[in-house]
Design a protein around this ligand. Structure first.
Ligand code: ADP
Ligand code: 5GP
Length: 216
């Protein structure tokens, strides 16, 4: 089934709760989804590639993009700048869905420009697990881990603006729930209405009550 517009799925969480892991799995399991590749001034992690996880740019280039109004939204998060370029939406116009991995500020901005966007907030099972995951990733130094852990409560405090809250305890169970959210949202009447309307138009084309094989 296809809807008219790509479904916009916002995924946010405190750093380390698992949104990159879960969105990667969602992208693998649901064909036709696109990941919105943000711009950031953060340095790439060892496993990251420019143009795949992010467009890595310096601060001057980022500020120029702000001035050029290239961003749908942008925010400062953990001391770095992050933004979603308008071009990302254009690139996804024929996709089944587009996933935005953004913080609560970005989620609010996307929701205000696209009220139909679906926002999912991912929580760790506990703060102890969150710290363990932040450390287990082995991609940040101690100061960065501490900064991100401290920012977690501020991020969690914004859970009220999200449509769904998903606890990432068991990874495969959490993945199933995220896929289920996406699939259920695709079946919302306003998204699926085009399908019913097409059937009605097709039926009217051969007289409405006659099966197609018997219409002349
Ligand atoms: P985020 O993108 O939210 O900052 P990541 O997806 O990078 O978080 O996950 C942080 C760490 O936690 C990674 O090392 C990842 O493998 C691990 N992780 C993610 N989900 C789970 C889970 N359900 N159980 C255990 N570890 C997890
Ligand atoms: P990380 O550095 O761990 O990749 O991301 C740090 C935070 O920045 C996460 O909360 C992530 O969701 C957020 N983020 C990533 N890209 C964007 C973006 O384009 N806009 C906003 N507002 N936040 C983003």
């Amino acid at each position: 089934m296809s809807s008219e517009e790509p479904l916009q799925l916002i995924v946010s969480s405190p750093s380390g709760a698992g949104k990159t892991t879960l969105t990667t799995r969602l992208l693998e399991l649901v064909p036709g989804l696109r990941f919105s590749i943000s711009h950031t001034t953060r340095k790439p992690r060892p496993n990251e590639q420019d143009g795949r996880e992010y467009h890595f740019v310096d601060r001057d280039s980022f500020v120029k993009l702000i001035r050029d109004e290239a961003f749908l939204e942008w925010a400062e998060v953990h001391g770095n700048l992050y933004g979603t370029a308008r071009a990302e939406i254009d690139r996804s116009s024929s996709a089944r869905g587009i996933i935005f991995d953004v913080d609560h500020q970005g989620a609010r901005q996307i929701k205000s420009s696209s009220p139909d966007a679906v926002a999912v907030f991912i929580l760790p099972p506990s703060m102890v697990d969150l710290e363990r995951r932040l450390r287990g990733r082995r991609s940040e130094d101690e100061a960065t881990i501490t900064r991100r852990f401290r920012a977690a409560l501020e991020e969690i405090a914004h859970y009220g603006m999200f449509d769904y809250v998903l606890v990432n305890d068991d990874l495969s169970e959490a993945t199933t729930r995220l896929v289920s959210i996406f699939r259920a949202e695709e079946c919302r009447r306003r998204r699926a209405a085009g399908w019913a309307e097409r059937l009605l138009a097709e039926g009217r084309g051969f007289g409405g009550t006659q099966p197609p094989s018997q219409s002349t």
